[in-house]
Design a protein around this ligand. Sequence first.
Ligand code: NI
Length: 251
Amino acid sequence: MIDTHAHLADKRFNSDREEVIKRAWDNNVEEILCICSDYAELETFSELLKKHDFIHGAIGVHPHDSSGYNEEQLITAINDINPSALGEIGLDYHYNHSPKDVQLEVFKKQLNIAKTRELPVIIHSREAMADTLKILKEENINNGVMHCFSGNEREMRECLELGLYISIAGPVTFPGAEKLKSVASIAPGDRLLIETDSPYLAPQPVRGKRNEPSWVKYILEELSELRNVPRDELERQTAGNARSLFNFNKK
Ligand code: NI
């Protein structure tokens, strides 16, 4: 399995980070894409990438932090890390921690860096799908993933038309997540990714706990049931998709 979205440098892993990583490896997680969207985590993040061959990096400024966007700092980090993707970036109109216009501007700027560097993008979109899709279209973005997808079927089709992947996280396991379950059951297999978004969004069997990459298995199990596809086949398919989107070998 490949966990395509984990915040392993988050301080909530400070007391037992290496145990968490070992549990992932012991539970058949072959690669982890670790996301750094907070400069305070940069040092821990960069050490993790050096230490573990199966942990890869993505870096970008989260929409929450758009107001503090510093392009020079981002470019320096990209040059140092040589990441497998740029992200997570996007729009979050639920929290609106940064004003909308600033979020829009910073999102566009980072999309342009991704294009210049030929990096896939990891998109965070919360209660902002219309604007997100509009910008992705305007900027001709066709290389990336909608992280923790939460849209409807029509929005999924628009993302697919752009050429993007759809990544399914823990909420698909929640009872009552009918819309997401239905979208996850029909998303084309060659565009599907799985992720934990740890330490957030622990899946149903462990809901409320600190999430971790080894629990990506619960998402795979749920998808296997929803799609009526054997677990090992889905595992191969989603891992193959992750490897073709993210150039893990470049590290
Ligand atoms: Ni995230």
